[in-house]
Design a protein around this ligand. Structure first.
Ligand code: SF4
Length: 228
């Protein structure tokens, strides 16, 4: 499990918990709005596990959870052992995933290694390729969605929205598919130098438009959030 990034304290990544974030290298998608292109390409200094676990032991009194993010963590053969070791150290474990490897997620859920899974829903199914820049096995994505909906762990679906890639109708279509899920979040795109297609190419939604969408779909979920 190659970890090439760390955030030592986050108050927003695990609901109602303080968490430490680890970012693993590489991804099998090339989302146009990705902020983590250096991670996708595996660029960065590897953080040694011998550094990580003594740190986690030291911080246990102050931090509740560890979020394993990326890149795409499920690409790593060592994910299971890493997550289990984190769990055995006494932390809640959250996994961020793009849903392309349902079997990996299933094993982590079945063996009670993860407590929370956040899965990105990139687009309505017919637009996945346009947003992610790759050919996606949509059966795997649907399997991951079903797996989370049927599981009894905490989970969240989330979609990053920008004007150029998703229309309001696209967002409503995603929401229709996910209807009845526990938690769904829409996060507005933020521009920056590290965006995969370059700065000033993509634009966030107007707040009013997001509020309009929120009114239409929030009743379909137990918890619905817009990160403006
Ligand atoms: S935003 Fe897309 S390309 Fe970037 S890490 Fe997530 S899934 Fe991979």
């Amino acid at each position: 499990m190659k970890i090439i990034g760390q955030e030592k304290a986050s108050f927003i990544d695990y609901p109602d918990k303080i968490s430490i974030l680890y970012f693993c290298s590489n991804c099998n998608m090339l989302c146009k709005y990705c902020h983590n292109y250096h991670l996708v390409k595996g660029k960065g200094k590897t953080i040694d596990h011998d550094e990580i676990f003594p740190f986690l032991k030291k911080r246990k009194k102050f931090v509740d959870a560890v979020c394993i993010s990326g890149g795409e963590p499920t690409l790593h053969e060592g994910l299971y052992d890493f997550a289990k070791r984190v769990k055995d150290t006494g932390y809640l474990v959250k996994l961020d995933t793009n849903g392309t490897n349902p079997n990996v997620v299933k094993k982590l859920i079945d063996e009670k290694i993860v407590d929370y899974v956040a899965m990105d829903i990139k687009a309505p199914f017919h637009k996945y390729e346009a947003v992610t820049g790759i050919k996606v096995n949509m059966e795997a994505i649907k399997e991951s969605i079903d797996l989370l909906k049927k599981s009894d762990i905490d989970y969240e679906f989330r979609t990053t929205v920008c004007k150029e890639l998703l229309t309001k109708e696209d967002i409503l279509e995603i929401a229709k598919y996910l209807k009845g899920s526990k938690r769904y979040s829409i996060q507005n795109f933020r521009d920056g130098e590290t965006v995969l297609v370059g700065e000033n190419k993509l634009h966030p939604y107007d707040i009013e438009k997001l509020e309009e969408i929120e009114k239409e779909i929030k009743g379909d979920f137990e918890i619905f959030k817009v990160r403006k």
